[in-house]
Design a protein around this ligand. Structure first.
Ligand code: FAD
Ligand code: NAG
Ligand code: NAG
Ligand code: NAG
Length: 472
């Protein structure tokens, strides 16, 4: 994938240490920042009284990002616009946020109260080239738009499962989905980034020695084979868990076979347990690897067109193994009284197929290490609820569940330190789990490309290298 993603986030993430050494001037008031911006970029600068401003806010996924109000929003439509904006904002010490798909959950991640938000949704070209082995994509796109555009060509990129997930955030964080066993994470498949530096200079950044990368972009499909195995009874859960473990532990895994295991509680339905089984190619016969799951006595299954989108407030946590399930079950009592709650825990297998695919594409800075042979599950909590009044109560329950699950998995071989940035919570510090070597590598890169630490001091959103962020 030739990506035109603007790599501001990674640079920002690498600069925390400079924050302590090079304090910036107090930010000037945001009204004058917006005025200066409008002097250069005119009607692309949106103010709170406009419908364009409201619709930009309304397009965030989470309620807490929708209710963070910037002084103005820049509707950028090119890398040049972003360059112009940074040349205006940085010398004036104006605080800003950068927003891609707007699918991150935490308030202040891709938006900024009383600051300037740079909305990249206008950067939306999708241009396949090199005989459909590569695609150039704008950094304001959502992943579904790319799947849709590439579908007629019989190709796809390795991206997220949910149609609405943004391309830049998920790519810069890592990004994974049904094709990750075959092609690695989204970030592994980027061959070139177009980057706007803090001083407004536009450069491209490409990886070398990555012939395998080109191959991976043939990972496209006419369609997926997709079955969901449901169980509504508690008594099935141990069987489901052991079938999932056996699936992960197979000696010769087929990279096209992949699954996602989910527990979900809603007051209407109560507990529900289901497994999405996916084969990343068309097939008439159920793939052999799913035999054990599809023949579970008493379980229901049906084919479906999946959509993972949940509205409302959200928390995502990384835990480590299915052992967290017991703890999850116990946590339901703490949220069962919350009106309209959807309390969902997903177990996402992290396989050696994925880390091998990453290595084959030149590696990355994630520092995942070698997952154990018997399989590893990243556990993600998503809580969605309609009424903001319940925010602190749900937040406390989520923090407690994270603490309980972390304690529950502290058994030999089960504890895995890696935390994925794209699903991390406000109390986690993903970059600290990437390892010192990777952190040092990113710091060196940051010192070279952003010597004044602009993305650290003036862009508070997102996880920073030395820990910390402004999300909540
Ligand atoms: C319902 C749901 C389902 C999900 N499913 C998946 C999944 O299947 N697979 C997966 O991998 N992830 C998934 N995610 C997580 C998703 O990858 C992250 O939320 C990701 O950050 C979203 O990207 P975005 O561009 O929409 O982010 P935004 O919210 O726009 O931004 C997130 C962060 O990235 C920064 N950023 C964005 N664009 C740029 C840029 N051009 N330059 C520099 N920094 C930038 C922002 O400043 C912010 O800090 C899911 C999330 C939700 C809510
Ligand atoms: C899946 O999508 C196809 C095409 O849009 C539609 O015909 C079919 O009914 C859908 N199946 C389900 C289970 O929703
Ligand atoms: C969940 O908790 C209930 C009691 O609250 C118990 O009956 C059930 O067996 C538990 N399920 C699992 C999977 O632990
Ligand atoms: C912009 O910043 C980069 C990285 O620090 C530097 O190499 C380049 O010379 C700068 N350009 C200008 C015009 O100052």
């Amino acid at each position: 994938m030739y990506s035109k993603c603007l790599l501001i986030r990674n640079i920002a993430a690498t600069l925390a240490i400079w924050c302590l050494l090079v304090p910036y001037a107090e930010a000037v008031d945001s009204v004058s920042c917006c005025q200066s911006l409008a002097a250069s970029l005119g009607s692309k600068v949106l103010y709170p009284d406009s419908t364009a401003y409201s619709s930009s806010l309304a397009s965030y996924w989470s309620a807490q990002e929708q209710t963070t109000y910037p002084a103005c929003i820049l509707r950028a439509s090119s890398a040049q616009d972003v360059s112009t904006a940074l040349k205006v904002l940085v010398p004036r010490a104006c605080k800003f946020a950068v927003r891609g798909g707007g699918h991150g959950a935490l308030a202040g991640l891709a938006n900024i109260q009383d600051g300037v938000t740079i909305d990249l949704r206008g950067l939306d070209p999708i241009k396949p080239f090199a005989a459909n082995q590569l695609v150039s994509v704008g950094s304001g796109l959502r992943i579904g738009a790319i799947y849709h555009a590439l579908h007629p060509l019989g190709v796809a990129i390795s991206g997220g499962r949910s149609y609405d997930v943004g391309v830049p955030g998920s790519t810069l964080g890592n990004g994974w989905g049904w094709l990750s066993n075959e092609a690695g994470f989204c970030c592994d498949n980027v061959v070139e980034y177009e980057v706007v530096l803090a001083n407004g200079t536009i450069i491209t950044a490409s990886q070398q020695n990555n012939a395998n990368l080109w191959k991976s972009l043939k990972g496209g499909r006419e369609q997926l084979w997709h079955h969901v195995v449901y169980s509504l009874t508690e008594s099935q859960v141990p069987r489901l868990l052991s079938a999932v473990s056996d699936f992960a532990a197979r000696r010769k895994p087929d990279p096209k076979e992949t699954l996602l295991f989910t527990f979900s509680y809603t007051p209407m339905v109560g507990n529900m347990y289901y497994i999405q089984c996916v084969y990343t190619a068309p097939t008439v016969q159920p793939p052999a690897g799913f035999d054990q799951l599809l023949t579970l006595p008493g379980a229901l299954f049906r084919a479906t067109n999946a959509s993972n989108t949940l509205p409302g407030l959200s928390y995502d946590y990384n835990l480590n193994t299915p052992k967290g399930s017991q703890t999850y079950n116990a946590s339901i009592a703490s949220v069962s009284g919350v009106y309209g709650i959807q309390w969902t825990l997903s177990f996402q297998p992290l396989t050696r197929l994925m880390t091998d695919a990453s290595a084959a594409r030149g590696g990355n800075v994630l520092g995942i290490g070698l997952p154990p042979e018997e399989g590893l599950h990243e556990v993600q909590l998503t809580a969605a609820f309609p009424d903001a009044v319940d925010y602190s109560r749900v937040s406390q329950a989520a923090d407690q569940l994270l603490a309980d699950c972390t304690a529950a998995v502290k058994s030999p071989g089960a504890d895995w330190p890696w935390v994925e940035m794209n699903h991390a919570s406000h109390i986690q510090d993903p970059i600290s789990t990437y390892g010192e070597e990777n952190r040092a590598f990113m710091m060196d890169t940051a010192a070279k490309y952003d010597p004044d630490a602009v993305f650290q001091t003036l862009m508070p959103g997102g996880y920073k290298l030395k820990g910390g962020h402004t999300g909540r």
